[in-house]
Design a protein around this ligand. Structure first.
Ligand code: N01
Length: 568
């Protein structure tokens, strides 16, 4: 959209606003009948937060406790964000539940009882429901409301935020839109011709899908597919998996939580959390030796085997150089390849399932019976690495001139990660600068938190912050705490406008790129670099300099009166 169109849009909104009955700050959502879609819009808030996942919920709690008027706008019909949408069979978190939870309230973390080492998606939804009730969050969340545009008003230093029905004003606009929330739905030729059902794992129907007796296709072999394939294979008559790139997965060894382990962690939860924050990914992992290349072959095998038996993502914490030295990486990749060949009976399938690339470059998956599922009679694998899916027909999927007839197609094709949810909103900052334009060559953000040219806007776990390569819950809390302190500082000092300086942003973005270049993580076609979405600029998006260094940088910026920001 060009600048003039934006200008007229802005004008039309302003005119519309004049006709809208003004309600003053301090109004809260309890005055609205949330059940009606046509509300008389409350137009002015201190802060509008977009998204009611873990990030938006905690942001609301913090800002409201400061006495600010806050509204959360959420497209879904309830809280939960990624866990609200990702209801596919087998969905569960691959970060251990005792660590994948809020820590801002000691009472909350003491009272909540997780049942399994890795929480299922329904259990996580029960947890977010509990949090929403406990902190009375829903009264300030407007559900079924999608934000379609946000424009900064330079004269008033505030945001004009447009949903499908309404317009809101806010001094601060905080994007809690999630890193993995915009589904990547490849446009397969003929998909409208297909007479069966098509689902995307990231947008799963609430009523579930009945696979019993059905012939099912799954496209993709990322984390979502790897979790859902064993469960769907139990129900479907025939399951055909279309694999473009083989993926590494390590066993979860999920189990009910041992009450004694829980008691021990809870007895020193704050300390446990503090120790986790000292690790590169913010997870309390058993971190191994400094170099796989220094260890003997026998030592390495013992170490990898012990970690394989222990299960989970800490497998890759065996040695500190695994993600930096390709020879070290090969030792652990070969270990997993050997395991895959041992598990999968059919040698041809096994070879197709053995990944050829760097382990940990794409996100490591954590599985339950994934590779063993290929030994089932009703499961088959189709290699589409050289011959992609050509088109869908009325009754199936065509690859290499062969039609695979199916009743249901499951697209486990992932997300337009980190930038997709933000770019879906027409965001226009100071002096008509659009986010689309700013990010033409890839995302740029100061600390992954704020954008030069977009005053009074914050992004929770945005590109350029550890976010997706760290434990998301503490990452969210760290950002929310930082933003809360920043807004508090602005209020206390009587300031009305804060904006990242272009130079500070450029320096940070260059640092993010430089650090990424040191790691093997940036060397493959992963969603971390945007490779899964055709036409997306290739930039390594998360910050991999480690959680402690990142948190220290954020602390220093705040302590230095928000160094790198223009404040007025
Ligand atoms: O998505 P993905 P995901 N034709 O992008 C394939 C988090 N998560 O939803 O690798 C054919 O990883 C694509 O192939 P390729 C976690 O961070 C967490 O599984 O691009 N195939 C790939 O195999 C994870 O990393 C949890 O060649 C196509 C697959 O689809 C992230 O979400 C659970 C294609 C997509 O894999 C994303 O995981 C689930 C096409 N046109 C997810 N386009 C837990 O906490 C894509 N593919 C457990």
């Amino acid at each position: 959209m060009d600048v003039m169109v934006k200008f007229f849009l802005l004008l039309s909104w302003k005119n519309k606003l004049i006709t809208i009955k003004k309600r003053l700050k301090k109004n809260n959502m309890s005055n609205i009948d949330k059940k009606t879609t046509k509300t008389d819009p409350i137009i002015e808030f201190d802060a509008v937060i977009v998204g009611a996942g873990f990030a938006g919920m905690y942001m609301l709690h913090r800002l409201r406790n400061m006495g600010l008027s806050v509204l959360v706008l959420e497209a879904g019909s309830d809280v939960g964000g990624t866990w609200y949408w990702n209801r596919y069979p087998g969905a569960r978190c691959d970060v251990e539940s005792m660590q994948y939870s809020y820590q801002f309230s000691e009472e909350l973390q003491q009272e909540w009882e997780w049942t399994e080492r890795y929480a299922t998606q329904p259990e996580i939804l029960r947890y977010v429901d509990h949090v929403a009730e406990r902190f009375d969050l829903r009264r300030d969340i407007k559900f079924n409301t999608r934000v379609i545009a946000a424009v900064f008003d330079d004269n008033k230093n505030r945001w004009i935020i447009k949903t499908t029905d309404e317009v809101y004003l806010a001094n601060y606009c905080i994007m809690a839109t999630g890193c993995l929330s915009a589904a990547n739905k490849p446009n397969f030729a003929g998909q409208d011709d297909f007479r069966g059902e098509i689902y995307h794992t990231g947008n799963w129907p609430h009523e579930g899908v009945d696979f019993k007796g059905k012939r099912v296709a799954i496209i993709g072999t990322g984390s979502s597919a790897i979790q859902s394939i064993p469960v769907i294979a139990e129900q479907a008559r025939q399951l055909t998996i279309f694999q473009r790139t083989a993926n590494y997965a390590v066993p979860a060894h999920n189990r009910p939580l041992d009450p004694e382990v829980v008691r021990n962690i809870k007895a020193e939860y704050a300390d446990f959390r503090a120790r986790a924050k000292l690790t590169p990914t913010g997870n309390f992992f058993d971190i191994g030796g400094t170099s796989a290349m220094v260890a003997s072959e026998d030592e390495r095998e013992r170490e990898y085997e012990a970690r394989w038996q222990a299960g989970g993502l800490q497998f890759l914490a065996a040695y500190a150089d695994l993600m930096f030295d390709s020879e070290a990486n090969k030792t652990v990749a070969n270990f997993v390849r050997k395991k895959i060949r041992e598990i999968v009976n059919d040698p041809q399938d096994a070879e197709l399932l053995v990944p050829k690339n760097i382990i940990g470059c794409k996100r490591l998956c954590v599985d339950t019976d994934y590779f063993a599922t290929y030994n089932k009679d009703n499961v088959s694998l189709v290699d589409i690495s050289a011959t992609p899916i050509e088109f869908f027909t009325e009754n199936g999927v065509s690859v290499d001139d062969k039609i695979y007839e199916v009743d249901i197609i499951v697209s486990a094709t992932g997300f337009d990660a980190m930038t997709g949810a933000l770019l879906k909103i027409d965001i226009c900052g100071s002096k008509g600068l659009s986010l689309q334009k700013k990010w033409t060559e890839g995302p740029k953000a100061y600390l992954g938190l704020a954008l030069a040219g977009f005053p009074n806007m914050f992004i929770i776990t945005g590109p350029g912050s550890p976010s997706v390569i760290s434990n998301m819950l503490p990452a969210i809390e760290q950002h929310v705490n930082w933003i809360t302190d920043c807004v508090g500082y602005m209020q206390n000092q009587g300031y009305g406008r804060i904006e990242a300086e272009e130079e500070a942003e450029e320096t940070w973005v260059a640092h993010v790129g430089e650090v990424a270049g040191l790691s093997l993580r940036s060397t493959c076609n992963s969603w971390y670099v945007g490779a899964n979405v055709p036409g997306k600029p290739r930039v390594y998006m998360p910050y991999i300099g480690g959680v402690p260094a990142y948190a220290e940088k954020c602390r220093q910026v705040a302590q230095g009166s928000y160094e790198g920001f223009k404040i007025s």
